[in-house]
Design a protein around this ligand. Structure first.
Ligand SMILES: NC(=O)c1ccc[n+]([C@@H]2O[C@H](COP(=O)([O-])OP(=O)(O)OC[C@H]3O[C@@H](n4cnc5c(N)ncnc54)[C@H](O)[C@@H]3O)[C@@H](O)[C@H]2O)c1
Length: 354
């Protein structure tokens, strides 16, 4: 019998639970090690999932030759450093989004992938939702035609989680790099990864983290500190592609909106798709407009099954039976786009890509 792939997870905070559950449910691998700066967090997970090795220093974990592959679930500021060290140690890497904070870091990770010939996949979990896997089949069969416009909006009226999320040093930014990355990537992926021509963006720091709000609960990170917030409340951008297509996006942590809202739409010359809150494909036949509602168990974005698909895909990539649908290039391109939006906002001008 073939031995199971040995998996380690670095960073045992909120999102690690989704990785732990999904690896635990995959019969081709076994959880072999966990690592967190906070030893208790790592030990608790090890106990729950019967994981034999616990570390507080990721370098020690990487020197364990038994480990085949790792998930990086740490704050954004350590993604690049850990990815490079892991590739150099011969481990396969699933790195949570975003790949890292800056373009310079992204290029170093890309160089490490090339130099080591290793495997690195970015955790763009939304690509793995069943609704997206279904939609991709329609797109690949040409049923939406040429996708020339997309629009994505994830607005939280009171949703700055604080902690490392609101510390630009550790996160690289606010809602744009945290939730914007998901929807910009998703639209770009469904549009066929077109080359970016230019980016124009705005960011606003008007309301702060709204820690003044009473009688209304919102999610707060473990190390929430109402006094520390160095990230934007809201970002918007218009991304124009070389093929003439465009993508409009806005995302917020704080906004005077009546409700939280989410919308992800793509429009082609033969059909369109509305992805949130659930997939609907729109087209026209015999001079009649059709709204098609695919009948799938999870017609919207469902966390657990999407993570299971992502982890199953990563495990198969490690075993050589599949190739990553989100390779390093897609991580680098997204960091270029996010950084260009921040740069455009700061300089008050459009940023041209070459
Ligand atoms: N795919 C998704 O939908 C999704 C959702 C949430 C978070 N994320 C991403 O996952 C990552 C973690 O987010 P989170 O919400 O779990 O944060 P978190 O703060 O809950 O957990 C992060 C953990 O990493 C540990 N850590 C930080 N630096 C470390 C290091 N150098 N070595 C070892 N441990 C370290 C911290 O002690 C903490 O326990 C972020 O990059 C975030 O963008 C992805």
């Amino acid at each position: 019998m073939m031995s199971k792939l040995k998996i380690a997870i670095i960073g045992i905070g909120s999102i690690s639970g989704s990785h732990l559950n999904a690896y635990h449910s995959n019969s081709k691998c076994q959880l072999w090690a966990v690592c967190d700066l906070n030893k208790k967090r790592a030990s608790d997970a090890a106990e729950k999932f019967n994981i034999p090795h616990v570390y507080t220093d990721y370098r020690e974990l990487l020197s364990n030759p038994e480990i085949d592959a790792i998930s990086i679930c740490t704050w954004n500021n350590s993604h690049a450093e850990i990815s490079i060290a892991a590739l150099e140690a011969g481990k396969r890497v699933l790195c949570e989004k975003p790949l890292c904070k800056t373009v310079a870091e992204a290029l170093l990770v890309e160089e490490a992938v090339r130099r080591t010939g290793g495997l690195l996949m970015i955790g763009y979990v939304r690509r793995h939702a069943s609704s997206i896997e279904v939609l991709k089949k329609f797109i690949d069969a040409g049923e939406l035609g040429e996708i020339y416009y997309a629009k994505a909006s994830l607005l939280r009226r009171l949703g700055n989680p604080g902690g490392w999320f609101s510390d630009k040093e550790r996160s690289g930014g606010g809602p744009l790099i945290d939730i914007g990355v998901h929807v910009i990537d998703l639209c770009w992926y469904l549009m066929g990864r077109p080359k970016v021509q230019s980016v124009k963006g705005h960011t606003y720091h008007k309301l702060g983290n709204r820690s003044n709000i009473e009688n209304f609960n919102f999610y707060q990170a473990a190390d929430y500190d109402a006094n520390h917030n160095t990230v934007e409340d809201i970002a918007n951008a218009l991304i124009t592609f070389e093929n003439g297509a465009s993508l409009m996006v806005d995302v917020s942590f704080s906004l005077h909106a009546q409700q939280n809202s989410s919308l992800i739409n793509i429009y082609g010359d033969k059909g369109g798709a509305e992805i949130e809150p659930q997939l609907s494909i729109v087209t026209e036949r015999h001079n009649t407009i059709l709204n098609i509602e695919p009948q799938i168990s999870h017609p919207g974005f469902e966390f657990a099954s999407s993570f299971q698909h992502e982890i199953d895909h990563f495990v198969n990539c490690c075993l050589g039976t599949e190739s990553p649908i989100s390779p390093i290039e897609d991580g680098v391109e997204m960091i270029k786009i996010l950084n260009a939006i921040y740069q455009s906002a700061e300089d008050g001008r459009e940023i041209q890509f070459k």
